[in-house]
Design a protein around this ligand. Sequence first.
Ligand SMILES: *Cc1c(COP(=O)(O)O)cnc(C)c1O
Length: 444
Amino acid sequence: MRDENIMGLQETYQSMGISPEVLSYGENILEGLKERFEEIDHIAEYNQLKIIRAMQEAKVSEACLSGTTGYGYNDLGRDTLEEVYARIFGTEDALVRPQITCGTHALALALMSNLRPGDELLSPVGKPYDTLEEVIGIRPSRGSLAEYGITYRQVDLLPDGGFDYEKIKHAIHERTKMVTIQRSKGYQTRPTLSVRAIGELIAFIKGIRPDIICMVDNCYGEFVEKEEPSQAGADMVVGSLIKNPGGGLAPTGGYIAGRRECIENAACRLTSPGLAKEVGASLGMMHSFYQGLFLAPTVTACALKGAIFAANIYERLGFAVIPDGQQQRHDIIQAVTFGTPEGVIAFCKGIQAAAPVDSFVTPEPWDMPGYDSPVIMAAGAFVSGSSIELSADGPIRPPYAVYFQGGLTWAHAKFGILKSLQQLIEEEVVPRRKIILPKEVEKF
Ligand SMILES: *Cc1c(COP(=O)(O)O)cnc(C)c1O
């Protein structure tokens, strides 16, 4: 019975373009990942309970799932959801809105609402995410913080990825109002920061000046660990709902969770001074925001399994992978450095071909707004641009690394990664002989 099923699965994979060699290469890698996967399931279980408890304590009711229109006064669903987020992130308050259009918008909102002319923003973890360069004004841009007379200073990470405490100490002065800490590596090949490391950095900064607002760009990090950076001292954590916390169901939106005053500032900027959190119709979004949040720990776990699977496959084939196949995970992103544009493009084609939506299109590099080099993106998503769904992107610039993330289900993540490997073999970026396992060499 069992054997028949396995045969059936292999035939199905083959009918969908995965050769028996690629499949057995993958299965062989998976053999060694059982314990890691168990550990991921354990964290997902913990975070699932955390979310159910927050929903119960906030008294989420059926009425919360329907939305309001117009001004959105007394929107029970919206106000309760913000309480749920605050409970999950262990913060005083939260702003969770469909009117926050994306992660960049949420971050810009947190920065612009809490900084005033003359203040300085410090990044003690090196260059921030590409799109924030224009928000801050590192690259001149209309409406940037720089235009409002808010200055910016940066201290790079040490070559080993650690914090340069000496330089950070010297970079802090009386105008330093806020610190921005990006948890995930984004489009860089530095390590992602653990919640614990972020906590140590914040403690160091607060030790110098306790009133400095510490904001964490939490994109891609939610529910990967048992704790969030807000539980390690951050005054604000910020992210996108079309990444982890939307669970693949939220069709748009962003969140900021943090100290009451910081959230009040952000709300006044998002809507208007005087109106703050009181307005903002939730339209028809609440159902998917709640259900997506409920699913988020499981979805994040599936994405993590995919990332670890990919790391181990490409590491064994000799490509540089960050994090490596064994490392602890602090976000869902997997970087694989192919060293050539062809590698990046072939990988993305494979991911695209595995998608439930738009599988028939061929991704190509393009000049995406907010990025300073052409970017190729593979995504056949139910929510446009969603990167909690199986997706890959890579800027076409050295070292030609692809950033791979997501997967609403583990089976889809696995299929996508196998498809990427198949594509790399078909385009001869990876020689076919490299994936033939020793016992099969004997057979041939
Ligand atoms: C995705 C991301 C952002 C920006 O989010 P968008 O929703 O794409 O605007 C910011 N920082 C990091 C680390 C991210 O991963």
